[in-house]
Write a protein that binds this ligand. Structure first.
Ligand SMILES: C[S@@+](CC[C@H](N)C(=O)[O-])C[C@H]1O[C@@H](n2cnc3c(N)ncnc32)[C@H](O)[C@@H]1O
Length: 313
């Protein structure tokens, strides 16, 4: 993908995110954080919508994404600071940036178009490549390493839990039979030979690749750590928007947001509240926002997106 093509790529639910996050009267010196900077599309839209004294910290675990986003956001000068890191360690990243609490947080979970479209990174099964799948190519085990070091039960658990793959056990058995796969082709062929259920509209390897990617990048642990860190990082009136692309993530966001926004935590059988709990946040969206049919037609990868947002009280 060329730089120009990346820049013109429309970030998912961009206008809705700006509408939900940018207050009518932003406080002076507002501090924003984009936890998944990617190609900088959401960050750019937020910076354009915020007053000139607002700043943005952009975080990504992929150094290549940071480099591209840095060029895209260069026109905002000192208003932008970029940090390489994982949002699961957001407390450390904020401390490194000299920030205590922030006013605005956006997270657009999962992999970027750039990562998916770069065949050499091994996220997809359509091109032949080493089975890598690390969003941060500078550290950690690749998907091939992970498969080489795991036993059949562990692999089946990943496929079942992270891919909701109905043929998890059969695929795991095929993976551990003989040499472990080290390329996307080899893995795809093992899956194709093992599956009983062949969905009409997707490659049989889709869920296996999704599950492995989640395992390699510990995506659900990262999200859990972020959701647990939110109360300590948001200032009063601070707003958060999270975009999830599959139900495993969206369910976590939904439950965490509901818990923040629930006052009473007494068991439902109690006739009156005894806990005296107060809600810590207000939901800005009932349920989740989904992309319109027009957006999905322009950008099919937006299809499964679910946006949830809240305001800290
Ligand atoms: C869907 S893309 C974000 C696209 C971005 N909103 C835009 O407008 O271009 C997700 C990005 O989040 C990054 N990412 C995923 N998990 C992360 C984590 N735990 N910590 C930091 N970055 C992460 C990926 O490397 C990827 O660049």
């Amino acid at each position: 993908m060329t730089q120009t093509a990346s820049f013109s790529h429309e970030p998912v639910l961009r206008d809705e995110i700006v509408r939900l996050l940018v207050p009518e009267t932003p406080r002076p010196g507002l501090r924003a954080v984009d936890l998944t900077l990617g190609l900088g599309g959401h960050a750019e839209a937020l910076l354009d919508a915020l007053p000139a004294d607002a700043t943005l910290l952009g975080v990504d675990r992929d150094e290549r994404a940071l480099a591209i986003a840095g060029r895209r956001l260069a026109r905002f000068g000192e208003r932008v600071r970029l940090l390489h890191g994982r949002f699961g360690s957001i407390g450390d990243l904020l401390a490194e940036a000299g920030l205590d609490r922030v006013d605005l947080v956006v997270a657009d979970l999962g992999v970027s178009s750039m990562q998916l479209d770069d065949a050499s990174r091994g996220f997809g099964f359509r091109a032949s490549a080493d089975l890598d799948m690390r969003m941060d190519a500078s550290r950690g085990e690749t998907a091939a390493d992970l498969l080489a070091g795991a036993d059949e039960a562990e692999i089946a658990d990943w496929l079942h839990e992270y891919g909701e793959e109905r043929d998890a056990r059969r695929i795991a058995r095929a993976i551990v039979r003989g040499e472990r796969p080290r390329t996307t082709d080899e893995l795809r062929a093992r899956v194709a030979g093992a599956v009983r259920h062949r969905p009409a509209h997707r490659d049989p390897a889709t869920l296996t690749f999704q599950a492995l990617r989640i395992a390699v990048n510990r995506e659900l642990d990262e999200l859990d750590a972020l959701l647990a860190a939110l109360p300590a990082m948001l200032d009063r009136g601070g707003r958060v928007a999270i975009l999830a692309y599959h139900s495993l993530e969206d369910r976590r966001v939904k439950h965490a947001f509901r818990a923040f926004a629930t006052a009473c935590t007494c068991p439902p059988e109690l006739p009156v509240c005894r806990c005296g709990g107060v809600a810590r946040a207000k939901l800005l969206v009932r349920g989740a926002i989904k992309p319109s049919d027009e957006e999905i037609a322009r950008n099919p990868r937006a299809r499964s997106a679910r946006l949830r947002a809240l305001e800290w009280l």
